[in-house]
Design a protein around this ligand. Sequence first.
Ligand code: ZN
Length: 305
Amino acid sequence: MADKRMTGLHHVTAISGPPQANVDFFTKLMDQRLVKKTVNFDDPGTYHLYYGNQTADPGTILTFFPFEGVPRGRPGPGMASAYSYAVGDAVFGDVLAEMRARGAGVSGPEERFGQQVASVSDPDGATVELVATPGAHGPAEGGFHGVTLWQDDLAPTQALLVDRMGYEEVGSESGDGWERLRLKAPGDARGTVVDLFRRDGAPRGQQGTGTIHHVAFRAEDDADQLDWRERMLEAGMQVTPVIDRQYFNAIYFREPGGVLFEIATDPPGFTRDEPLESLGQSLKLPEQYEGIRDRIEAALPPITA
Ligand code: ZN
């Protein structure tokens, strides 16, 4: 058993098509707050949009790189294939009815591990899952319930999560040619669930719009992150050095099944460069790009939230 335990998810990052449809879907239909409007630090001609709850807490943050003209991807083995939001069971039916009334393609709910799960398609065809959990919170305040990692072979990823990251096995479900193994981080933080999923004969996933780029777990501070880094190196992972992502520090590695994992620090958080009240309203750039702000703003398509 692992002697150090992960708290849960920090954020999930996905790839979308044109940004305005993405903003409309997540702020209007999914009730998210746009909490940061910045650029891809590795490609400043592209937005990096962050959605979350009102206070932009870790475990609620979904981010997108919106690319124009990039082909649609296909989820499959080696990729995170879905993320889910926790929605209070007291309002679950109302939330689904409201989404349907606003024209969203909602399917389900069906039962998974004793919980009601519904799926909504985002404008790029990606699956957004809604899981009924005790309470009366909407999807923004509920934050993440968890993620699904699609694998050819569940065992190596299971070993990393359980033996090295402190996840516990909750149960498994299977059907005709598929299986789903549920792991959970101990405690009651947001985003504690990781499902490992496998289906016979599925072709390898292809990154593109409508797919998840990586999933990020939480470190409470820089020291905690460095400790995780040592542990992941010991586990045989090829881990990047610490990278400054302005709102958190990040390390990345590919888990044995091929999914890109990140471990991100809670501090400094999204109020580092603008006050809580006006999060997400203006384009924020890291220091290295302020000198070319005019060119960056001219190249980015306008979006309204
Ligand atoms: Zn990330």
